[in-house]
Design a binder for this molecule. Structure first.
Ligand SMILES: *Cc1c(COP(=O)(O)O)cnc(C)c1O
Length: 403
């Protein structure tokens, strides 16, 4: 039998093999870590990033590094992207995307609900740099169309949006962006490339906090931007090399190791989250559960159409959430009361609505009403890990019994 040539490989095979090949010198099957900051260069090598191109050899690790390259190739394969660039954190990836696409005098349309640090950056830092910002509720794509101005250069979405798990129709936004000549960036950290591939739906950039599902083990912070090769090469040259938010090769190695099991982990996250969400929905002390995989999610139809995995994020409300938070923090033992998400360990955190509105989300009354429709006075954001769902349910049952 002949070996199949260039087969389109499955996602599980790509997650394991993309970007990696056995070491040509030692024959090592697992990838090694190249920690060297500098590389032996030709005497003619340029010292400036000005001459940086796709074929520039390794010179200095802030420019590129063999271990980071491996991670970037694996991410690109998982996302179906032409190219990827890794950063020191998700926020460094967000910052690079904004600095690459926006200049003073430009206008940004961004989701009114987004990761706290992203929202806070659009409240102060971007306006100070001369970039106008309009926040809109992107659950209705028409709100985006209405917000566009002649100088709108970027539309920025997050789906599902942190922390309320509200969804955005990425294909609809891509059509609006294209019509207007604006670019579309999507932070898809909460769904991972197993849940959604925004580039295939017409987005120009996908952003991930690698610290979450892609690393998956809560032991390395990183971020990435994925898109067309031309954009990613320019982001590397014009932003990453010059602003310096690059990832450590050690973290890239850890994240690459985690990414190998992403497709399997996402299946288990989804299975666990569905079981926990159903348990919570039936619990007398729980007022509301939000999970895209439940028919009760207000956008369940969009979720079914657009997400190939509902992920492991569940939010729920109880009466007097602030008081319940201290009880849950005390009584939970398998589930850690801690920020972050996407780890093998389950994590829970309480997000009070008035505090979120004061610190991160500065909203119009209509936007606040939409936020409260999802979050009430506050929500528990639960990242369902890879433990046995029955143990998570028992942990929650005991903790909820105390409120
Ligand atoms: C965590 C997170 C970020 C920021 O990522 P870091 O790696 O913590 O800098 C951005 N967007 C979303 C949706 C996140 O969950």
């Amino acid at each position: 039998m002949t070996r199949p040539s260039q087969p389109p490989r499955g996602i599980r095979t790509d997650a394991i093999h993309a970007g990696e090949s056995p070491d040509p010198v030692t024959g090592a099957s697992a990838p090694s870590i190249v920690m060297s900051t500098t590389f032996i260069a030709d005497a003619e090598a340029s010292f400036s990033a000005e001459d940086f191109g796709e074929n520039t050899p390794y010179l200095y690790t802030r420019w590129k590094n063999p271990t980071v390259d491996q991670l970037e190739q694996k991410l690109a394969a998982l996302e179906g992207a032409e190219a990827a660039i890794a950063f020191a954190s998700g926020m460094a990836a967000v910052t690079a995307t904004l600095l690459y696409t926006l200049s003073a005098g430009d206008h940004l349309v961004i989701s009114d609900v987004s990761y706290a640090a992203t929202a806070e950056m659009t409240n102060e830092l971007l306006p100070r740099l001369g970039i106008a910002v309009t926040k809109v509720d992107m659950s209705d794509p028409e709100n985006v169309r209405v917000a566009l101005r002649p100088n709108t250069r970027l539309i920025y979405a997050e789906t599902p949006a942190n922390p309320i798990l509200r969804l955005t129709d990425i294909a609809a936004l891509a059509a609006i962006a294209r019509e207007h000549g604006a670019r579309l960036a999507v932070d898809a950290t909460f769904s991972s490339p197993i849940g959604i591939r925004p580039l295939g739906l017409g987005a120009d950039f996908v952003i991930h906090s690698l610290s979450k599902y892609i690393c998956g083990h809560g032991d390395a912070i990183g971020g990435a931007v994925l898109g067309q090769k031309e954009d990613i090469t320019r982001i590397r040259k014009e932003v990453a090399i010059r602003t310096g938010g690059i990832i450590s090769p050690f973290n890239a190695w850890l994240i690459q190791r985690g990414a190998a099991t992403l497709p399997l982990r996402m299946k288990a996250h989804e299975e666990g989250a569905l079981a926990v969400a159903r348990f919570l929905e039936a619990h007398p002390k729980v007022i509301r559960v939000i999970y895209p995989g439940l028919p009760s999610h207000p956008q369940h139809e969009l979720a079914k159409r657009q997400l190939s995995n509902f992920s492991g994020m569940v939010t729920f409300q109880v009466r007097d959430g602030a008081r319940a938070a201290t009880i849950l923090a005390d009584r939970l033992s398998v589930i850690h009361y801690a920020v972050s998400l996407g780890h093998h360990r389950s994590l829970i955190f309480y997000l009070p609505t008035s505090e979120m509105l004061r610190t991160s989300f500065r909203m119009t009354p209509a936007q606040e009403q939409s936020y409260r429709a999802f979050a009430g006075d506050g929500i528990f954001r639960l990242s369902v890990g890879l433990e046995d769902p029955a143990d998570l349910i028992a942990d929650l049952a005991y903790a909820l019994d105390g409120i």
